[in-house]
Design a protein around this ligand. Structure first.
Ligand code: GLN
Length: 318
């Protein structure tokens, strides 16, 4: 992969870089607001801060709380999208669009005028449709197991599970997500019962993973859809590129433009405070800090990524 040869510099001291990036972000530790609309997330310690950088040769560089599992939340939309594309192929685009919404992650506004076809797979309505497509005619449990298996295989870490307490909290506080799902269903864009689909969606959001595990799990997105080390195909190259394109344009909802401007990497935020980014041809980086900005993106996490790009030149626009 020529890109890697160009961008990767074996002379760089990656451990020193992640340590420096964490120090850069330190003054923002605890800034922003922890998500409270899901009660279980409100209990998370706001002072956590971690970063993991996973390079395609398999080396991982960590700093801070990089090995502590947190609620991956919407970061998991990237993995279910990958699996749904693998399963359904281009027919997925009959059910969900690929335009940035410019709206908050849980907005229902566009669904009415756009007749139940969500703008993109990374907003909540779109991710719910992706869960439904991923299910096909299978049950919720089988679908979720497949997603968990995928995450365990891709990261090489067996200890990846749903945090049932968070899942229950999500469901109890899930009025808006239920509204989105019913709205989509009213337009005939769900093939499974709403509660079945939501049971996949809520549990997928509640998967607990560390920065290190998330960075490892997403390596195929940095290597054109293949396992970076073995070359095994995970996702067709064209599809991996499209997942990256959607992360760049839609991965942070109404904050996607600002994220692309400041960081210039495909990324996906989650309201648990994680942000996963892909450095095509090089590797992946994941940060975690629970305090969020108004769009639900980790405040200190985004600063850390900005500093990582500043220190390495790893923007896709470089
Ligand atoms: N579980 C969250 C929700 O559905 C996911 C949102 C997010 O992480 N941006 O509201």
């Amino acid at each position: 992969m020529a890109d890697f040869d160009r961008k990767e510099n074996p002379g760089l001291d990656y451990q020193a870089i992640v340590d420096a990036v964490l120090a850069d972000a330190e003054v923002y530790r605890g800034h922003g607001d922890v998500a409270t609309y899901i009660p279980a997330l409100a209990q998370v310690n706001p002072n956590k801060l971690g970063i993991a950088l996973a390079l395609r040769d398999g080396s991982v560089f960590c700093a801070g709380d990089a090995n502590e599992p947190f609620s991956a939340q919407s970061i998991c939309k990237v993995f279910s999208l990958s699996l749904a594309l693998q399963r359904v192929g281009p027919a997925l685009w009959n059910h969900v669009g690929r335009e940035p919404s410019g709206s908050p992650f849980n907005s229902i506004v566009q669904l009415e005028s756009e007749k139940g076809k969500p703008r993109n797979p990374l907003i909540n309505a779109g991710a719910i449709v992706v869960c439904d497509q991923l299910m096909g005619r299978r049950g919720a449990d089988t679908t979720l197991e497949e997603l968990l298996d995928f995450l365990r295989t891709r990261s090489g870490e067996k200890d990846i599970n749903v945090d049932e307490q968070v899942a229950m909290s999500e469901s109890q506080a899930g009025h808006l997500n239920r509204s989105l799902a019913h709205f989509v269903a009213a337009f005939g864009n769900l093939q499974n019962p709403v509660e079945e689909v939501l049971s996949v969606y809520f549990r997928q959001c509640s998967i607990a993973m560390s920065c290190r595990q998330l960075a490892l799990a997403a390596q195929y997105l940095a290597c054109d859809g293949s396992d970076c080390r073995t070359g095994e195909s995970v996702l067709l190259p064209t599809r991996a590129r499209r997942v990256n394109a959607l992360m760049l344009t839609c991965g942070h909802y109404d904050n996607s433009g600002d994220f692309a401007f400041r960081i210039g990497l495909p990324g996906k935020s989650g309201v648990g405070g994680g942000i996963l980014t892909v450095i095509p041809g090089v590797g992946t980086a994941c940060v975690w800090s629970p305090g969020l900005n108004a769009a639900g993106t980790s405040l200190a996490g985004a600063i850390a990524l900005e500093k990582l790009v500043e220190r390495t030149g790893w923007s896709v626009f470089a």
